[in-house]
Design a protein around this ligand. Structure first.
Ligand code: SAM
Length: 253
């Protein structure tokens, strides 16, 4: 999978791609990336990428010409161009669709994502209309720039690519199957007055599986009842989960 990130601060993006599991995935050729410095496409004397908004108002906006040239350099053609190829162009924006694990799974199936990071008060609307397939928000708050949002999208998607992380590690993670993850423990067996739950020391695989499933349900019911409601509506839960949910709800009532 390939990421092309259009940014005024390529060094932020490059630092991230060099580290940890992502750095290894890049070394092994599982993940590729390219940064495009938008300023390289500002051809006036001062390489300016921003200007005041029409109609007045505070702050500056990213100008369309450098952005358009940078996008075309990255291989994103205008939407009305019959040659437009299958690269998904995404603008990170507070107005975008909320980014969730479902979106991460969808993006991880793309061969290439082109991520456009805004700065200042954002970008000229005509760039969105002409080039951008979708706007994505990482949450209902305003960041000062799109780089951190792009890193969130990259981090949540590359780890789903084949050969990056063992499939069994992903299988019971939070949000898989519509539930949060079960609580986890490591050595020592006793931490202060807090012991590790006995069942985890028993070596009884079936009891451990069932305990973990019950804990996932308890935790999701307590912390994210919206996920349970959605799971029920979408028919995500099997018979065992439905029965356990009934039991937990009865106990709570
Ligand atoms: N004036 C814009 C507004 O009110 O919607 C906010 C612009 S923000 C200061 C600058 C850039 O940060 C945006 O162009 C976008 O790329 C990025 N950004 C800010 N918040 C974001 C969020 N929640 N999700 C994704 N990107 C975000």
């Amino acid at each position: 999978m390939k990421y092309t990130v259009l940014t005024l601060f390529p060094e932020i993006i490059r630092a991230f791609f060099g580290l940890s599991i992502l750095g290894r995935a890049v070394e092994e050729g599982i993940v590729e990336y390219q940064t495009v410095n938008i300023r390289d496409f500002a051809w006036d004397k001062h390489h300016s990428c921003d200007d005041a908004p029409y109609g007045g108002g505070p702050g500056m906006l990213m100008k369309p010409e450098p952005l358009g040239r940078a996008l075309e350099f990255a291989g994103v053609r205008p939407k009305d161009d019959p040659q437009r190829a299958g690269k998904r162009s995404v603008y990170l924006s507070p107005s975008g669709r909320p980014f969730t694990q479902t979106e991460a799974e969808r993006f991880s199936a793309e061969p290439e994502l082109v991520l456009l990071c805004g700065r200042y008060e954002g970008i000229d609307q005509r760039i969105i209309e002409r080039y951008i397939d979708e706007e994505i928000s990482i949450g209902d708050y305003v960041l000062s720039s799109g780089e951190t949002a792009a890193l969130v999208v990259i981090d949540a998607t590359y780890r789903l690519a084949e050969r990056v992380i063992a499939p069994e590690s992903l299988a019971e993670e939070s949000f898989s199957g519509g539930l949060l993850e079960y609580p986890q423990y490591t050595r020592p067996e006793m931490y202060g007055i807090l012991p590790v739950p006995e069942v985890l020391l028993s070596g009884h695989h079936e009891n451990i599986r069932r305990w973990r499933l019950e804990k996932r349900l308890e935790k999701t019911l307590a912390l994210r009842p919206d996920l349970i409601r959605r799971g029920v509506e979408q028919g995500l839960f099997d018979r065992e989960i439905c029965a356990l949910l009934e039991k937990l709800k009865l106990e709570r009532d």
